[in-house]
Write a protein that binds this ligand. Structure first.
Ligand code: 6PG
Length: 250
């Protein structure tokens, strides 16, 4: 059963600082124990608060950047230079400012027209970097996630078949009706196999959904909130919230 911790931070800057300190701790522990630190970055805007703090001292010096293997939890179906690209967001705000070897940055090649090919290529990269045998899941040291007001996380949206991917799939490319576009996303089993999942959630617009996700009885079977389904089998989930997002919690 996953260990769950909920931390309420004063504001976005405090949330970024708390996330950065935990990122540093996870990176140091992973590198010390296993010689490297595998992380899946999330998309959206909230992680900017983390990236800002990670490139500041003392955090920047404390992260073993050369030992980091960088992946993304999901990506939009756009080229890497597109304003919506999660790769571009993290590239500009973080990776361009720290010494992660280029060979360790594993971008989802979402410029390709064939989304199934994008998913297959990314899955092959995961299998190669994590040296997975058939049927084995990659175990990330840290998975960063956000949550939408509809309870989606990564690109696992409510009611989509991405939530029911075949067990052997690590990456899928669901059509997302509300965006009239495909997304490429890690599957739920991969997210649930992480050592540490860190949700960064801010803003009043998330408060009601967060109450349901963290305090509701919501039947996982209902799959109403994908974020609620991220329960690492042998890992920890930390919810880092700002006061606005946490305003409806008991
Ligand atoms: C994406 C993200 C998505 C994001 C949430 C929250 O590609 O958009 O992976 O899951 O984390 O939508 O986004 P904000 O942090 O911008 O609120």
């Amino acid at each position: 059963m996953a260990e769950v911790e909920v931390v309420v931070c004063k504001d976005t800057s405090a949330l970024g600082q708390e996330a950065a300190e935990r990122f540093v701790a996870a990176a140091q522990e992973a590198t010390w124990q296993r010689g490297r630190f595998s992380v899946a970055l999330s998309g959206g805007s909230t992680p900017r608060a983390l990236y800002t703090k990670l490139v500041e001292e003392p955090q920047q010096t404390r992260v073993p950047w050369p030992e980091m293997q960088v992946f993304w939890g999901d990506e939009r179906h756009v080229p890497p230079g597109h304003a919506d690209s999660n790769y571009r967001t993290a590239g500009e705000a973080l990776l361009a400012k720290v010494p992660v070897p280029e060979a360790n940055v594993h971008r989802i090649k979402a410029e390709q027209p064939d989304v199934e090919q994008i998913a297959a290529d990314y899955e092959a990269t995961l299998r190669e970097v994590f040296q997975l045998s058939a049927g084995e899941l990659p175990r990330f040291d840290l998975v960063l996630l956000g949550m939408g007001a509809d309870g989606h996380t990564a690109s696992l949206f409510p009611g989509t078949d991405a939530l029911h991917a075949p067990a052997e799939r690590l990456v899928v490319a669901p059509w997302v009706e509300k965006f009239q576009s495909h997304r490429i996303t890690l599957t739920l089993p991969v997210l649930c196999h992480a050592r540490l999942v860190m949700f960064l959630v801010g803003g009043e617009d998330k408060a009601e959904t967060l109450r349901s996700v963290l305090e509701g009885e919501g039947e996982p079977a209902a799959q109403s909130y994908p974020a609620q389904l991220v329960r690492p089998t042998a890992g920890k989930v930390v919810w880092l919230l700002d006061q606005a997002a946490a305003s409806r919690l008991q």
